[in-house]
Design a protein around this ligand. Sequence first.
Ligand SMILES: NC(=O)c1ccc[n+]([C@@H]2O[C@H](COP(=O)([O-])OP(=O)(O)OC[C@H]3O[C@@H](n4cnc5c(N)ncnc54)[C@H](O)[C@@H]3O)[C@@H](O)[C@H]2O)c1
Length: 343
Amino acid sequence: MPQTVLVTGGAGFIGSHTCVELLKHGHEVIVVDNFSNSSPGAVEAVQKLAGRPLPLHEADLRDRAALDAIFAEHEIDAVIHFAAKKAVGESMKIPLEYFDTNIGGTIALLRAMNDHGVRRLVFSSSCSVYGETPKVPLNEDDPAAPTNPYARTKHICEQLLGDACARYPELSVIALRYFNPIGAHPSGEIGEDPNGVPNNVLPYMAQVAVGRLAELPVFGDDYPTPDGTGVRDYIHVVDVADGHRVALDHLDDERGLRVFNLGTGSGASVLELMAEFASAVGAPIPYRVEARRPGDVPALIADAGRVERAWGWRTTRDLAAMCADAWHFQRLHPTGYSASPTV
Ligand SMILES: NC(=O)c1ccc[n+]([C@@H]2O[C@H](COP(=O)([O-])OP(=O)(O)OC[C@H]3O[C@@H](n4cnc5c(N)ncnc54)[C@H](O)[C@@H]3O)[C@@H](O)[C@H]2O)c1
């Protein structure tokens, strides 16, 4: 059934890809974003790609009056809540900003949903809630043990969503714990275009490949992994987007809070990812090894079984597709959405 979906943070990396999937599948989509880590160019590209309009509200999620106006203007069936700050390192420098944006934003959103009778929510959580654990793979019943303010905001949001569901039994909330989303839409028209120096490995690598950055720092090559570098469960952003579309269809299966991992169930090391990306680029990626970063773990891999058992859903795109698609976007947009295509 087509739904009208409010997407917070819809101009961001995962949000923009999710908007395309939703529009392609007949849903009406409304975006709210303050462009703190994105640009309106992403929303324009989504509209072009989907061939459909995408109403956009430039607003901060913590602005209750702005949220009220959005809920009053549109008949919203469900909300997908991406808007948040997401850099672990930054969260240790400005924890209060993280609490304010991620937790304060979620509370403002829940209050607005409550006041406007919207009961269905998909929430962006993260594998970082599991913290420093040697366990591989991780399932949703493993204990949460966040080790930094960013991860703590996600864990606290999951807890407050659980409490809200206990108080308001008509609420249906699905929290999706993504592992490491990378890649881009295969068209090359949308991808990851963070403001400033990227915090994540693949966009950093891509900017090295186009000459915007000199070399990739690899944090630690002495982990107990096959090549000594950290292993992560990379998942194609279009699979993540598709997971949200399917989650929407399952919101009414049950009331209350449900938690699912979104990952592939297998991992790649930084050097393996770099080799795959270099083969997409057709040139080696300059890199230098640096000390381990505090808080990093050797390997983080999802047990992807719960979502498959519940919805019959699994990822379909491999590491080669993730790298080829990320490179396609970067090549077409070497300086992000602000630039016109050069290739
Ligand atoms: N990318 C990852 O590796 C990853 C992994 C796990 C979880 N997540 C979560 O997924 C969500 C989306 O991540 P992403 O990679 O697309 O990040 P992103 O930074 O590209 O997108 C977030 C969007 O939210 C917007 N935003 C931030 N604060 C806002 C506010 N107060 N009001 C309105 N808009 C605001 C930003 O401008 C941006 O467009 C986040 O909640 C993030 O924590 C991301």
